[in-house]
Design a protein around this ligand. Structure first.
Ligand SMILES: [Zn+2]
Ligand SMILES: [Zn+2]
Length: 263
């Protein structure tokens, strides 16, 4: 049983998950030693996913096939396949006869995403705390440290992505594979929701909610972890401005070359 668990952790820590099943999180490039065996399509999915998570590509941005095939130097077949896999993760919307766009969650979806997180995450935080190991604590601490570094460097988008990754790791440490996969998709959608509706200036390690959670994890206090996660999610929702507002048009090529997304 222990060895299965260790294998599970190893697989999740080093991300050898089939691309078709799970979004390829950009985190891998910084923390994983195995990020290099990738196809051009994988790299494209990863670059676009990162650009979306880090808010370089705003919700609603048109993702033209020609432009993408230029920027990434791949065929349109590869572009289409990459867009399909991003659509599968709800990061991209494919519209008939109009092409692909960065997904733009509605206010209703925004509420639903956080309602779903409020149902799932307090429980996973509780089980993570109850089965916490020194190895698990080290993974979570590394995430917080990376987030602080990103904040100190003024990389707010990166910090936001790391902040979401912290939640995903908690669900993995809770050893609930199916729920962890749900949460991973919800976090991906949250990033878009936050890109659209966040109204606080100082995002992220705001109030350092993750530090309080770490205390509960160190103490293996499941009840406390559950309560803290509940209030953390309430706090995030309170920072969202759920009123419609317009968005500007952007030049895809410029943005992608600026962030070096051409891999
Ligand atoms: Zn958080
Ligand atoms: Zn902090």
């Amino acid at each position: 049983m222990l060895s299965v668990k260790c294998l599970y952790r190893a697989v999740h820590t080093y991300k050898m998950i089939p691309m078709d099943n799970l979004i390829h999180h950009p985190m891998e490039t910084s923390l994983s030693p195995t990020a290099n065996r990738e196809t051009p399509r994988d790299r494209m999915v990863q670059a676009l996913s990162q650009a979306i998570h880090e808010h370089h590509l705003a919700p609603g941005t048109k993702l033209g096939e020609d432009e993408l095939s230029d920027v990434f130097s791949v065929s349109r077949t590869v572009v289409r396949s990459a867009l399909q896999s991003l659509a599968h993760e709800n990061l991209v919307e494919l519209k008939r006869n109009r092409g692909a766009f960065v997904a733009r969650p509605t206010i209703r979806e925004a509420r639903e995403v956080f309602e779903a997180r409020a149902l799932l995450e307090p429980r996973t935080a509780r089980s993570a705390a109850e089965r916490m190991t020194p190895e698990g604590l080290a993974i979570l601490e590394a995430h917080i440290e990376a987030e602080h570094k990103a904040l100190a460097a003024g990389e707010a988008g990166k910090a936001l992505r790391l902040s979401g990754q912290f939640h995903i790791e908690i669900s993995r440490l809770a050893d609930q594979t199916i729920i962890a996969n749900f949460i991973e998709q919800l976090i991906a959608r949250s990033s878009l929701v936050i890109a659209l509706y966040w109204q606080r200036q100082s995002a992220l390690c705001d109030k350092h909610a993750h530090h309080a959670l770490m205390e509960a994890f160190r103490a293996a206090d499941g009840k406390e972890a559950e309560a803290l996660m509940t209030s953390h999610l309430v706090d995030i929702v309170s920072a969202l401005d759920l009123r419609e507002r317009p968005h500007g048009d952007t030049n895809l090529k410029d943005i992608l070359s600026r962030i070096g997304g051409t891999g």
